[in-house]
Ligand binder design. Sequence first.
Ligand code: YSA
Length: 350
Amino acid sequence: MSESATARVEHVRDDALAALARTESTEDLEAWRIAFLGRRGHLTGLLRAVGSLPPDQRRAAGEAANSAKSDLESALAERVDALAAGEGLNTGQDGAIDVTLPGWPAPVGGLHPTTLIVREICDAFNSMGFQVVEGPEVEWDHYNFEMLNIPKDHPARDMWNTLWLDYEDEAGETPMLLRTHTSPMQARIMEEQEPPVRVVVPGKCYRYEATDATHEWHFFQIEGLAVDRGITFADLKGTLYEFARLVFGQERRVRFRCDYFPFVEPGVDMSIDCFACAGDGCRICGETGWIEIMGAGMVHPKVLEGVGYDPNIYTGFAFGMGPERIAMLKYGIDDIRLFYANDLRFLSQF
Ligand code: YSA
């Protein structure tokens, strides 16, 4: 931040603190809040201007302005407490409490951005007849891998970096893990009920992964499963196309390409055309015009046989997506680690 811009922030901060010390009533405090922290307030104006500074100055500028903002917010809270404790708040000129003045609203929380996007995605599938089901985060090897056509020592296990739990069974095996995906719920659900099945399964997953802007070691997935007589790949395409339009806009186009997952045949990945550039190519879509949003496919006959369904009678499709990555695309969030850093400056924007 240039010297003069830093000085401006300091100036506004000092003025604000001086003005705050002169407040004596709820009306004074509200007028002060609007003047300095409101949408058109002095400090808010400086915060907005940060984006137009040269790139090498933005970080320092943002930090200075954000730190002034949090100073002012704390000072406001302290002043409210001080006045409420008898230093004049809600009192008339003679010092008596004026019960007709409005009180201060109690601070209320909001829903976490992951909760919001998970609900939005589940609502979209609800509207197409899918039920929401949840399952255990601590899982058996049996459901996480074996029932999904991934036997022990199969190289496909390398696709999921697994966190194993320190539990040894009688055979000396360590079969308990933190689920690496929500797919084990496919077998659990089908074991419990006869077709038709139409479910979405939101839930937390864990992987032994280094974190970066698009990878967390704990994150959510939403699984989907539909099994019935006569379900075809056309149903998969139609359902996921409708989902993309509901969540990303009616004008969306989708693309399916071959992909490999041991529990589907054929397997695909699904992309949507980039909503930021309408397919022309930009930073968000890596100049390709397409954004990959999930893996999917037709449920493998071995998975159906494993749960006692006859694959000659029943067919189905399944899919799995990462809601944080979808929220990142939708809301322009550039680092997945923000979701779980417990920083109110990020969380309170939703
Ligand atoms: C595929 C086919 C099906 O019929 C059903 C489900 C699936 C998905 C499969 N179970 C799976 O886990 N595929 S995946 O490893 O590519 O992960 C799916 C999504 O989870 C990714 O597209 C991504 O959005 C999210 N994800 C994976 N690892 C992540 C992550 N999100 C954040 N951090 C990570 N480390």
